[in-house]
Design a protein around this ligand. Structure first.
Ligand SMILES: NC(=O)c1ccc[n+]([C@@H]2O[C@H](COP(=O)([O-])OP(=O)(O)OC[C@H]3O[C@@H](n4cnc5c(N)ncnc54)[C@H](OP(=O)(O)O)[C@@H]3O)[C@@H](O)[C@H]2O)c1
Length: 302
């Protein structure tokens, strides 16, 4: 993973700094140091552990009650972030604190919200600002997958897919970036949980509205990057695109449990925390590096 070089403010480093550096280099999680010799001078570079700069900062994760969103809340809180988890089933988010490690430096706040309602999105962003100082990171993870054929499904079902997977993602992003800008915070990070189906059209009847919604996410990721670039903003935007991941998404969308079970029996799949680790990787990149896309698939999967 990434290490961001950080040169000491005094050069050459004082004996005290050198002692502190070598002590911390002996620890596995602390800073480690590297001494370079050039032109007869010696310079010590201090490398910060990857998620260090996000410790104590705030992340909103939508769709936090299950699957990838739940894994994300736990991973980011374990790494020291204050995580605001949002979903309709608030009690499921509250239970996530039991999954934190004993030495977790962060915390999870469970907020009830239906992100297909704009007022819920605005309420969550305001709550985060009023209670935690504002969101630095937004992970647009909430998503729905219905079997909704183009020839027969009711418009309401298509609308629901587009409202949650596309419009809510855009509204949440707009509100958080507005809040970042109001606070003069220019190192925020927006992560869209996309899908491999946002990049390829797979021949699954009934899945094309979902595929269209995820293709939209691909376009919206690049569109946001360009609009931010035009503003000379340093806010980063990343799309993370998993293939089949073992979650309840099919059952939540109306697929019978037995059918969903057989899909996971017959196909190799990722675990939710594999996707959460990819998000951690993008966050921990040096601030001048914007990882635009990560695609991940179970090894050996079709
Ligand atoms: N699983 C996969 O194979 C796979 C593959 C590629 C991409 N993805 C993407 O990964 C993301 C997470 O999916 P998952 O697999 O973890 O599915 P999941 O276990 O079903 O989780 C979906 C989450 O979205 C939330 N949600 C749905 N509608 C919502 C609404 N109106 N308001 C607020 N929250 C809402 C659900 O919470 P409540 O029901 O409590 O509101 C739940 O927490 C989705 O964007 C999905 O498209 C999944």
């Amino acid at each position: 993973m990434w290490n961001e070089p950080h040169t000491p403010s005094t050069f050459p480093p004082s004996p005290e700094m050198q002692q502190r550096a070598s002590a911390s280099s002996a620890t596995t999680l602390g800073h480690f140091t590297q001494t370079l010799f050039y032109f007869g001078a010696r310079k010590t570079l201090h490398y910060l552990p990857k998620m260090e700069r996000w410790v104590g900062r705030v992340a909103i994760v939508s769709g936090a009650s299950s699957g990838i969103g739940a894994a994300l809340c736990v991973r980011l809180a374990n790494k020291g972030m204050k995580v605001v988890g949002v979903a309709r089933r608030q009690e499921k988010i509250q239970e996530l604190t039991k999954r934190l490690t004993a030495d977790a430096k962060g915390e999870i706040h469970a907020l009830q919200g239906d992100i297909s309602k704009e007022e819920d999105i605005k309420r969550v962003v305001k709550w985060t600002r009023d209670n935690l100082g504002g969101a630095d990171v937004l992970v647009n993870n909430a998503g729905v997958l219905h079997h909704s054929p183009l020839l027969t499904a009711p418009t309401e079902e298509w609308r629901h897919v587009l409202e949650v997977n596309v419009l809510a993602l855009c509204a949440f992003t707009r509100e958080v970036i507005q809040d970042l800008r109001d606070r003069g915070c220019d190192d925020g990070h927006i992560v869209h949980i996309n899908s491999v189906m946002g990049h390829y059209i797979q021949p699954y009847p009934g899945m094309f509205m979902y595929t269209a919604s995820k293709h939209s996410v691909t376009v919206l990721t690049e569109g946001l990057r360009r609009e931010l670039s035009e503003l000379k903003s340093n806010i980063r935007i990343t799309s993370v695109s998993p293939a089949l991941t073992k979650t309840d998404i099919m059952v939540a969308g109306g697929t019978p449990q037995q059918v969903a079970d057989s899909v996971f029996e017959q196909n190799k799949s990722l675990d939710p925390d594999n996707v959460a680790l990819a998000v951690e990787y993008t966050l921990s990149a040096p601030s001048h590096v914007n990882i635009e896309e990560i695609t991940l698939r179970a090894t050996g999967a079709d």
